[in-house]
Design a protein around this ligand. Structure first.
Ligand code: SF4
Length: 328
């Protein structure tokens, strides 16, 4: 299956996924990977599929979606591996552009130091980089990169790409308890992201059974702290903590709206007060959502925040599925 979806994505609206890498060829073997273990660690680009075949497959999926009156906002390269390992990526983007949709690529950025990879990604309208740590040891423990990769070269390549890129650049930072979630580590990531000036910096947590069983998401307090640290920089920050779909929807339904807003960012107590007042509601509704384990309180620098409880489902007996849509 090369093309799948379209699936709802908070970042990209309705996204038709393109799986341009066979399972599971990757430059990394992240401890939290949700599409299974890396079976082929690779840093050399290769031709995996004929670009015309990808074009035909995606074109067919687009037609099927249109027949069912399903809209498509983005064609997204989100393989079960690393998208830029595909030596045909640039050609595929060029071909797919003729279908008239915006093109997105979700990449770990491990090959961004290569000029040809930067040139290929420059053709896309939207690019997401993975930046989990700027500390070499943590990067190695967390992303388990192929042994010849050098983090400094990758980070430099990211900055070089960001300086020239005219599309929308976003970043994604996965937070894992005890690995990259200390205040010091988060501050260092935020300093680096400042060099990239992303359109948005997303904070994610593992929400499905990861490749390594000991992997756990950070506590809500730490998630809140991460948000506050990133927010001190001049770029937008949002959570990706397992609530896609209608996270942006303002329904006029107080409960739904509170859940939608807090799925994206924590709300200070005074902001909640104001919101409830405008909606003609009171704290009873918040207390009810807390009792249902949907909202939690988290303190940061003496201020209380209300935030969505992260949507974690790490039970070990849940089968590991190669559900590519969870990346988007
Ligand atoms: S999370 Fe992404 S980059 Fe990391 S191993 Fe899985 S597919 Fe590769």
């Amino acid at each position: 299956m090369i093309a799948f979806g379209p699936v709802p994505s908070r970042r990209l609206g309705r996204s038709l996924g393109i799986n341009n890498i066979p399972p599971k060829v990757c430059t990394y073997a992240c401890v939290y990977c949700q599409v299974g273990k890396t079976t082929r660690m690779e840093v050399h680009r290769a031709r995996f599929y004929d670009p015309e075949e990808i074009y035909r497959d995606v074109g067919q999926k687009v037609q099927e979606a249109q027949k069912k009156s399903e809209s498509v906002d983005y064609l997204t390269f989100v393989p079960d591996g690393e998208a830029t390992l595909d030596a045909n990526l640039g050609r595929e983007i060029e071909l797919l552009k003729s279908l008239g949709f915006k093109i997105a690529v979700i990449t770990n950025g491990a090959l961004i130091w290569r000029k040809d990879v930067r040139a290929d990604l420059a053709k896309a309208d939207w690019v997401s980089f993975k930046i989990d740590s700027t500390h070499g040891n943590t990067w190695r423990r967390m992303n388990c990169p192929q042994r010849t990769l050098k983090q400094k070269t990758i980070l430099r390549g990211m900055v070089e790409f960001a300086n020239d890129y005219s599309g929308t650049l976003v970043t994604e930072t996965m937070l894992v308890r005890g690995l990259n979630d200390s205040a010091k580590s988060l501050r260092k990531i935020a300093v680096f992201l400042n060099h990239l000036q992303p359109h948005k910096a997303y904070l994610a947590v593992p929400t499905r059974p990861p490749a390594t069983k000991w992997v756990r998401p950070p506590s809500e307090n730490v998630l809140n702290e991460a948000f506050q640290i990133f927010s001190q920089r001049p770029f937008q920050v949002e959570y990706l903590i397992g609530y896609e779909g209608n996270a942006f929807a303002f329904t006029g339904d107080v409960e739904q709206d509170l859940l939608s807003i807090t799925a994206v960012h924590p709300m200070r107590q005074d902001a909640v007060n104001e919101f409830l007042m405008r909606a003609g509601a009171d704290w009873q509704i918040v207390r009810k959502l807390m009792a249902q384990d949907l909202l939690v309180e988290a303190k940061y620098r003496g201020k209380m925040f209300i935030m969505r409880k992260s949507n974690v489902n790490l039970s070990e007996d849940q089968p590991m599925e190669a559900d590519l849509s969870i990346h988007i």
